[in-house]
Ligand binder design. Structure first.
Ligand code: 9MR
Length: 369
């Protein structure tokens, strides 16, 4: 008897230590490592590791990265004959150092264009621009950037093509041209069409038609990026599931590329991510300036749980799920569609503490295994 007690104490202590350390090492990327990449979008400061606490959170939780802004054309190609790769070099080096999947965002997008690009008015000039832009950027990171958003947000809500500077100068052909140029520059990189609201039926039909057309015309499309700027009550899980099934039936991968869930009131029931839509603020429109009430925190956790449950059901079709930002404090949703609000769309709060939503996402894996 005398010997049993100290023995028990040792065993209990060992068990307690191992449980705590297991808890501490659990992370989104580890929990989902056999399912799909868990990604995040990095700001310039995060790429430059300005905050050590944020950096260790990023490295612990995520195994895929997208640059939230610094790889957009206004930054990488500010003048016709001038590229600026200072920040994108740092971004790629960060991903390589941390053995992360590196996604390039984005090559052809009507928004955040350099002013000189907006002035391109004829087809010859636009053709030259596209060839130079795509070839230079994709070749520079050949074999280092794993996948690209080749074309971003080319569709209107009704599924027709957006009247962008690319469509106006080149017609629909710009779409297949962009994919062909990207494939030529890096045949092994995975090429995506990326857009918001393409889980909604009209726009989804437009995206499916667009992807089919590019493929028929000889472009290589490896996947579709459903951005996933969603709300607590919409889109429905049925629409999301339908989208996963219909896109993967095209023989392509499905990625959720910019996931976040707004919890704030929405003027005019706005959906998606059309950044030109902006509204005036008021107290009514910014109901939680200090903290998120438990009732909404719980709703957010339930919403994330049901979404990830669906993602797990279709993990064979899903390549990556990327959150649009590391923590709430950084989210673009604090300034859209109304500037200066306090939103809570991500699994980590502005002080970098994980929220109930984080636990609900992790729980799905714990109960399964
Ligand atoms: O999160 C980005 C924000 O910081 C920028 O101000 C904004 C301007 O274009 O772009 C945001 O990211 C967008 C992404 O690049 C494309 N899909 C919609 C995203 C949210 O607007």
């Amino acid at each position: 008897m005398k010997f049993i007690k100290p023995y028990l104490v040792v065993v209990t202590t060992l068990l307690a230590v191992s449980c705590t350390s297991q808890k501490e090492t659990t992370s989104l990327k580890d929990a989902y490592k056999n399912d799909f990449y868990i990604g995040t979008a990095l700001s310039a400061d995060q790429i430059e590791v300005k905050n050590a606490k944020e950096d260790s959170l990023i490295r612990k939780e995520f195994n895929a990265i997208t640059a939230e802004n610094i790889m957009k054309s206004m930054y990488t190609h500010p003048q016709k004959d001038k590229y600026d790769f200072v920040m994108s070099d740092k971004f790629v080096a960060y991903g390589e150092k941390n053995k992360m999947f590196i996604h390039g965002h984005t090559l052809i997008w009507h928004s955040q264009l350099a002013p000189w690009m907006e002035k391109i008015a004829d087809s010859t000039e636009m053709k030259t621009f596209m060839k130079d832009h795509i070839t230079t950027i994709v070749s520079k990171y050949k074999g280092r950037i794993n996948s690209w958003d080749v074309v971003n947000e080319a569709l209107n809500e009704d599924g027709t093509l957006r009247q962008s500077v690319f469509l106006k100068t080149l017609g629909e052909k710009y779409l297949v041209d962009a994919f062909k140029l990207a494939e030529k520059a890096d045949p092994k990189a995975e090429l995506y069409y990326n857009d918001y609201n393409i889980e909604e039926s009209a726009k989804r039909a437009g995206a499916i038609a667009l992807i089919k057309k590019i493929k028929v015309e000889g472009g290589k499309v490896d996947g579709v990026g459903i951005q996933g700027h969603w709300r607590l009550n919409s889109p429905s899980l049925e629409e999301i599931e339908k989208s996963i099934l219909e896109y993967s039936a095209l023989g392509i991968k499905v990625a959720f590329t910019e996931l976040d869930i707004t919890v704030l009131p929405n003027p005019w029931d706005l959906k998606g991510a059309e950044i030109s839509q902006k509204f005036e603020g008021s107290e009514k429109m910014n109901p939680y300036p200090k903290a998120l009430p438990d009732s909404i925190q719980n709703k957010l956790a339930e919403r994330y749980e049901s979404i990830f449950k669906l993602f797990l059901k279709h993990k064979d079709k899903i390549s990556r799920v990327t959150f649009w930002g590391v923590h709430d404090g950084q989210s673009w949703l604090n300034d859209w569609p109304i500037k200066g609000r306090t939103n809570y769309p991500l699994p980590f709060d502005a002080t970098l503490r994980h929220k109930k939503a984080y636990e609900s996402i992790l729980k799905l894996k714990k109960t399964k295994e």
